[in-house]
Write a protein that binds this ligand. Structure first.
Ligand code: FE2
Length: 318
């Protein structure tokens, strides 16, 4: 399982590139070299290296610009970047830091200094990869739960997309949007603790059965809590069944005590449930679903502002 880390080096100075390549190859790492901005950009996307060393001055696209791109995309943002800077002036260093570079090394560099930084950043990368694979297991579990029930297939992905649509429209940060995506996939993961006979019961549930269903947000939060990388989605998992008037569960929170992300999830979750086929009824048309949601918002259950924004978005998007 211990595969050799791959390091991408990008520098338009071919002599420097060869020196660096040899230095790093000698340490037993895989090395890929690039000498211009555009091809570096493409290689990062296709190769997803474990670390990138960027010369700031390259024809076409600058190292800082490439770094900014790496750090802004979810699929590459955890790749560590070392920027090679030709000068020691502070503004250049500041620019490298602002672009999200994890470290920078002045040229001409000392081999030992560069290799130490490479080693420590690769360690961080390996830890992040481990966390990511634990996260992968949880996501696979969420999809496996969904697949057991033909009526809810695709629900979590749709809910995630709806939640993202709202989050993006409200101008939420990338971290919040990321939490909305993960929360959408994971919000019902606690249902793994609810017997299938209750989950798939076509008729009315007894009070006792409802009480078992009501445990799923708390169970879900407990399942996901050990994972740092999904910490931001925990409030969504725990509070997606709270209502604005305090009549929801599990904590009977009301108003803005319920986090914004959980309030968004509550609206899009119910919308998708209403517009999908269920064991006990066929899918409702969009208009009917919104008239029910409006009625429930009037009763004090849902955040009216979120509902009205979502309505505008989804009626345009569908
Ligand atoms: Fe739920």
């Amino acid at each position: 399982m211990n595969k050799k880390p791959t390091i991408l080096i990008a520098d338009d100075d071919l002599n420097a590139l060869r020196v660096l390549e040899k230095l790093i190859l000698d340490q037993g790492y895989n090395v890929v070299t690039e000498s211009n901005g555009q091809s570096t950009r493409e290689k990062i996307i296709t190769l997803k290296p474990d670390l990138v060393i960027l010369d700031n001055y390259m024809p076409g696209v600058s190292g800082n610009e490439i770094c900014r791109e790496i750090k802004s995309k979810p699929e590459t943002r955890l790749i560590p970047v070392i920027t090679l800077t030709g000068y020691t002036e502070t503004p250049e260093k500041v620019e490298a830091i602002e672009s999200g570079s994890d470290d920078f090394v002045n040229k001409p560099f000392k081999a030992i200094e560069l290799l130490t930084r490479i080693r420590s950043l690769l360690k961080v990368k390996a830890l992040n990869d481990e966390l990511d694979s634990a996260e992968g297991v949880i996501f696979a579990l969420a999809r496996a739960i969904e697949a057991k029930d033909s009526y809810t297939q695709g629900h979590t992905e749709r809910v995630s997309q709806f939640a993202l649509l709202v989050g993006h429209h409200l101008g939420l940060s990338l971290d919040d949007q990321n939490a909305l995506y993960k929360g959408g996939i994971l919000h019902d993961i606690g249902k793994i603790a609810v017997p299938d006979a209750i989950l798939n019961k076509p008729g009315r549930l007894t009070e006792e059965e409802f009480n078992i269903i009501r445990t799923h947000p708390d169970r879900g939060e407990k399942i996901c809590k050990p994972l740092n990388s999904i910490r931001s989605a925990l409030e969504i998992i725990r509070h997606h069944h709270e209502r604005m008037d305090g009549s929801g569960y599990p904590d009977r929170f009301s108003g803005e005590k319920i986090g914004l992300l959980a309030r968004i999830m509550a609206v899009v979750d119910i919308y998708d449930a209403l517009t999908s086929n269920r064991a006990y009824r066929p899918a409702l048309p969009q208009e009917k679903a919104f008239s029910i949601l409006d009625m429930e918002a009037d009763k004090g259950w849902w955040d009216k502002n979120i509902l009205s924004e979502f309505k505008k978005l989804v009626t345009v998007a569908v």
